[in-house]
Design a protein around this ligand. Structure first.
Ligand SMILES: [Zn+2]
Length: 224
């Protein structure tokens, strides 16, 4: 998620509706162009977690913006890994991929640690920050209680409409935990959520509570 310079409400809302989680830097730039936005106006970037598909785009964008870099905000373990530039944690060996395959070099980044922050505010949006481990050690969700918007990273996804089963993030990567993920989804299930903007697959534009409660029901059937 990123916030841009200028504080123009319309622009900010468009950005919010079109979240880019940096899984593809070209996708980011194309998406910005579609919205008539200029990447040079990006001022803050909020990370949901430390996985490669969510952080890789940071490196080319920071290179492009090195003369006037935006502030990157991340929580706990995610902040530590990005600050260290720890390639082995951003690219776990079991994935069989390396930064050079993407033409990217992992370098230490300056990060603002969100660990002691409770909220992210801009315009009339006040997103609470909730620590939700299980998919990864540094996973957080951003929740806007008045507007009932949840940005869960990879903790929960839209439910499968055909089979009516819940969908949630993997817990078998380094730092993942089924028990922790169950607790995190139970926490999210207490929130009143209408709009769900997950890190993968489709967004949910109404009654996302149903997607979260089904995710909880589905994960609670798993016992490892
Ligand atoms: Zn992930």
């Amino acid at each position: 998620m990123f916030f841009s310079r200028g504080n123009q409400k319309k622009e900010a809302i468009e950005v919010l509706k079109n979240l880019y989680f940096f899984s593809s830097i070209n996708g980011l730039f194309e998406g910005l162009k579609d919205l008539n936005l200029d990447y040079k106006n990006i001022r803050r970037i909020y990370m949901t977690h430390e996985h490669v598909d969510h952080v890789l785009g940071l490196y080319p964008i920071m290179e492009k913006m090195k003369d006037d870099p935006p502030d990157i905000c991340a929580y706990g373990e995610t902040a530590k890994i990005l600050m260290k530039g720890d390639e082995s944690q951003i690219f776990p060996g079991n994935l069989g991929i390396t930064p050079s395959m993407f033409g990217v070099e992992i370098t230490p980044l300056k990060i603002t640690d969100l660990t002691n922050e409770k909220e992210v505010s801009f315009l009339d949006y006040n997103f609470q920050i909730h620590y939700t481990p299980g998919h990864s050690l540094g996973s957080i969700c951003y929740y806007e209680p008045d507007k009932k918007i949840l940005i869960p990273g990879d903790v929960v996804f839209r439910r499968d409409r055909t089979w009516n089963v819940g969908s949630f993030g993997r817990y078998d990567f380094p730092g993942g935990s089924l028990e922790a993920l169950k607790k995190s989804i139970a926490l999210l299930n207490d929130f009143d959520v209408n709009i769900l903007l997950p890190g993968h697959m489709e967004i949910v534009t109404s009654q996302a509570n149903q997607d979260i409660s089904l995710a909880l029901k589905t994960i609670n059937t798993l016992k490892f």
